[in-house]
Design a protein around this ligand. Structure first.
Ligand code: ADP
Ligand code: ASP
Ligand code: MG
Length: 417
């Protein structure tokens, strides 16, 4: 009997009717003969509400207690879905992270899964049960509840699939991975197949359809991953044709993909802030004196641009951090002002990052140039650029984000017919 993990996100379990709809999807797969484990998110909006409670009570909250609070949304949906399945005559039980157990490290609020001993889940499956697992949560080395970072139920699902040797279907509110966020670009197209590597880049550059860590785990453990819609009719059976075509998007190895686009997808992130340090001495050790203290404060720096002035004595340095880290970054730089020796600092948080991603870039020249030309034609200024083998990212004024996405989507021939 083949094992299947089905994950349902917040919109898919948003109310009792939606939970009943999920149960019908599960029933279909049970009746098709699969051993099914389900991973659920909290009801849509619930986690935001719980996070807001914590921030309201205590802006510098204890991360261990934050995890206790925010993990509770998934406890509710796991119990409700197990009950709904039982009502339909399907034997089912819920599992909280600590019961499975989903063992994580101790990084409360952003924990990583270390191990999932499969024995409990397997023995329930062998007794004909459906496992309904609360996503997003685990248990740390100190025996306390941990959570996996926002969007973490995707990672719970892939980790459970890896532990069970199962394939993993991620059910969400769109019917697959699109060439860009379909809620912003109406001409976005569903991608039939995408490589783990491209999906990893898209996710880490802002496409929130899958949590980055879930793609990483799927790639390492070779978990076949499909993204599909929970809004499809639950009673029409899941059909994957001989050549592997099916509903949604398959995330798979590069060599399982026949046609390769140069640019496969475009991601964006509004979670950016820019810091410009003016007139620092252009001498060895200056970058270390800036980025060392930021790293010590746990602040990740993303894009970095350095310009040297005409006299060669001073340089200007511009870099980006996550928007939430901007106040702390400015404080750290102020505290280290003397050691760094800069003239002034400017910052902005109305910037956004747009990234084009595609394996085809490895073998094609002129891909980045086309991006710069397209933006220039729209009068959009580029503040910073970073590249890797399969992506180019630019930082722009957030006001032009949607225009930039639409223009690039057309320029790379991604628009739906
Ligand atoms: P869930 O609650 O099911 O986990 P999410 O809201 O986390 O769902 O992720 C689904 C959303 O991701 C979609 O509604 C869509 O707006 C957004 N998204 C961003 N980029 C993409 C993309 N390239 N393809 C599909 N969806 C995307
Ligand atoms: N409920 C959590 C969140 O909103 C986890 C998830 O939905 O994946 O981030
Ligand atoms: Mg999600």
């Amino acid at each position: 009997m083949s094992r299947l993990v089905m994950k349902f996100g917040g919109t898919s379990v948003a109310d009792l009717d939606r939970i009943r709809n999920v149960a019908r999807h599960v029933k279909r797969e049970v009746e098709a003969g699969h051993q099914v484990s389900v991973v659920v998110s909290a009801m849509a909006g619930k986690t935001n509400e719980l996070v807001a409670y914590c921030e309201n009570i205590s802006p510098l909250y204890d991360a261990r207690e934050y995890d206790v609070v925010v993990a509770s949304g998934e406890q509710v949906t796991s119990g409700l879905l197990a009950m709904t399945l039982q009502e339909m005559g399907i034997p089912a039980r819920s599992w909280q992270g600590w019961q499975v157990p989903v063992k994580t490290d101790g990084m409360h609020g952003a924990a990583r899964i270390m191990d999932i001993p499969p024995d409990n889940l397997v023995s329930a499956l062998d007794r004909g049960m459906v496992n309904v697992i609360a996503g997003f949560q685990g248990i740390g080395p100190d025996g306390r509840i941990t959570t996996l970072g926002r969007g973490g139920s995707d990672t719970s699902a892939v980790a459970v699939a890896a532990a069970l040797g199962a394939r993993c279907d991620i059910y969400t509110d769109v019917d697959g991975v699109y060439t860009t966020d379909p809620r912003i670009v109406s001409k976005a197209r569903r991608i039939e197949r995408i490589s783990y590597e491209e999906m990893l880049e898209l996710a880490s550059l802002g496409a929130k359809v899958l949590q980055t860590r879930s793609v990483e785990l799927a790639m390492v453990h070779k978990v076949p991953l499909r993204v599909r819609s929970s809004f499809d009719d639950p009673d029409s059976p899941f059909q994957v044709t001989e050549d592997g075509r099916g509903p949604g998007t398959l995330v798979c190895d590069e060599d399982e993909i026949m046609e390769q686009q140069v640019v496969s997808g475009i991601a964006y992130s509004r979670d950016e802030a820019q810091v410009a340090i003016r007139r620092v001495k252009d001498k060895p050790g200056v970058s270390a004196s800036i980025f060392g203290p930021l790293a010590d404060a746990g602040i990740s720096v993303d894009m970095i641009v350095q310009n040297v002035s005409a006299d060669g004595v001073f340089a200007n340095l511009t870099f980006t951090v996550a928007r939430k880290d901007l106040p702390r970054a400015l404080k750290v730089l102020e505290e280290n002002r003397e050691q760094i020796g800069y003239e002034e600092i400017a910052s902005a948080d109305n910037v956004a990052k747009v990234s084009i991603v595609g394996i085809g870039m490895r073998s094609h020249a002129g891909v980045a140039a086309k991006m710069f030309r397209t933006l220039a034609e729209k009068g959009i200024n580029i503040e910073a650029i970073t590249t890797s083998e399969i992506k180019v990212s630019v930082l722009i004024d957030e006001a032009y984000l949607e225009l930039a996405l639409r223009a690039l989507h057309s320029a790379y021939g991604l628009d739906a017919a």
